[in-house]
Design a protein around this ligand. Structure first.
Ligand SMILES: NC(=O)c1ccc[n+]([C@@H]2O[C@H](COP(=O)([O-])OP(=O)(O)OC[C@H]3O[C@@H](n4cnc5c(N)ncnc54)[C@H](O)[C@@H]3O)[C@@H](O)[C@H]2O)c1
Length: 433
């Protein structure tokens, strides 16, 4: 099938490339000319394992192209995905003006039947607004359907998530759209459930799923606070809980809390749309509060280890909101480092992929290091914020030797065993243990 994807960010580029890999003919469109130029030159504007190779392969085989023209995409393709960003407005609700802008542009350029599919994460009832927009700007009698197909990929594992998903969710309101969307995802039908719902349910499934996962993280973090006040160990507690199939062991890792471009924004957008619809989703407000507190807790642990932070050297390992991505949006490192700098600490930091993005967000006073050991050297305290392989696998004997005495680590991801750290003579503090 011929498919246009408007918005070639994390989701648009991965979805487009994977749909091409599934055999479709894909045009990825973006109004950021530099991004499209980069892609046409064979480079990838984001870090995502395996993506560069897959883009290259599908371009070579003639199934993937790039463009800055929505018009071209609408003229040539039957299915048009909207995969633009939906960032939070100051009040927490989703900013849908990019979705509206693209819907209008699609409408103005439609000559034949098209399906307009929202892949961006949007609040329930956005489909209705897209329809109103298209009705307003399309030529009279234009035939089209609106559909919803939320994306569940995780950055860092995006390709595998797209090609081997737990489920594909499609929201439609006509048989024609149902048929075309089923055909689009037919290559996946033997390995996963393709769930077809109405548009509102599909939109809601995305917000409800992300908020539930965020709730799981905050829940285990809340439990870790109880562990810290008793002799219980959160790793044992989480394992004991996770063995229950009804609970499952995923998203039960206590730590510095969630960040990234999705959970924080989707949670607040879900709270806001619920509020607009007349429901106070108070449990989700608590999830946000626990998550914020978790960052403060890490600062408190650092203060407890170092007393005053003024003039202390702190080495920070990991800046991205999680491993295997260069995404810094809403990373816990931002709030934590800002606070350290505010209290007078000197910060050295290392991240295998996110340093360039971090430089745009974090205060200029930070020194960026080339590897873990440069970061560790002479630091009064080592702070672990992301569980990158390079960090989890570092030589802890060497780390002990390089750190200023007494060797001190605050681990916001529970990547090491407290007993082993004690044996090495490291003053080690983690979460809930
Ligand atoms: N990043 C993720 O892991 C993830 C996962 C699932 C869902 N989502 C959702 O997918 C959507 C996109 O997220 P993202 O992370 O890919 O965002 P992004 O910011 O990386 O990409 C959005 C792209 O849209 C382009 N764009 C904006 N307006 C445009 C226009 N009028 N015409 C053409 N291009 C335009 C931007 O230039 C940008 O390249 C969001 O709603 C997000 O919540 C993201």
């Amino acid at each position: 099938m011929k498919v246009a994807i408007v918005g070639t960010g994390y989701v648009g580029l991965v979805s487009g490339t994977c749909l091409a890999e599934m055999g479709h003919n894909i045009m990825c469109i973006d109004n950021n000319e530099e991004k499209i130029k980069t892609l046409e030159n064979g480079d990838i504007p984001i870090y995502e394992p395996g993506l560069k190779e897959l883009v290259e392969k599908n371009r070579k085989e003639g199934r993937l192209s790039f463009s800055t023209s929505v018009k071209e995409g609408v003229k040539k393709c039957d299915v048009i995905f909207v995969a633009v960003h939906t960032p939070p407005l100051p009040d927490g609700s989703a900013n849908l003006c990019y979705v509206e802008e693209v819907s209008r542009e699609i409408a103005e350029n439609m000559d034949d039947y098209r399906i307009i599919v929202s892949k961006s994460t949007v609040p329930v009832e956005t489909g209705k607004w897209i329809k109103r927009t298209v009705d307003k700007y399309a030529k009279e009698g234009a035939e089209y359907d609106v559909a919803s197909n939320p994306e569940f990929l995780r950055e860092g594992k995006a390709i595998d998530d797209f090609l081997n998903p737990d489920r594909v969710v499609i929201g439609v309101e006509s048989d024609r759209a149902r048929q075309m969307m089923s055909e689009l995802y037919a290559p996946l039908k033997d390995k996963t459930e393709i769930l077809i719902t109405n548009i509102e349910s599909s939109e809601l499934i995305k917000h409800a799923s992300n908020s539930f996962l965020a709730m799981k993280i905050s829940y285990i973090n809340a439990v870790s606070n109880i562990c810290e006040k008793t002799d219980a160990d959160i790793e044992e507690v989480a394992r004991g809980m996770g063995l229950d199939k009804r609970i499952g062991n995923k998203f039960l890792q206590a730590g510095v809390g969630f960040g990234g471009s999705c959970f924080p924004k989707d949670l607040s957008a879900f709270i806001k749309i619920a509020e607009k619809l007349g429901y106070d989703f108070s449990v989700l407000k608590e999830v946000q509060k626990i998550n914020k507190n978790q960052r403060g807790l890490v600062i408190e642990k650092i203060r407890k280890s170092l007393w005053n932070l003024n003039n202390k050297n702190i080495g920070v390992l990991g800046l991205a909101f999680k491993a295997d991505t260069d995404d810094m949006r809403n990373a816990p490192s931002i709030d934590i480092i800002n606070q350290l700098v505010k209290e007078g600490a000197s910060v050295k930091a290392y991240d295998p992929e996110a340093a360039e993005n971090a430089k745009k967000i974090l205060p200029g006073a930070i020194t960026y290091c080339e590897d873990v050991y440069e970061t560790v050297k002479d630091s009064d305290l080592l702070l672990i914020l992301t569980d990158w392989k390079q960090i989890v696998e570092m030589d802890m004997k060497k780390v002990k030797e390089l750190l200023a005495e007494p060797a001190t680590i605050v681990d916001g991801r529970n990547v090491f065993e407290p007993e082993e750290m004690e044996k090495l003579g490291i003053k080690y503090t983690s979460i809930g243990r």
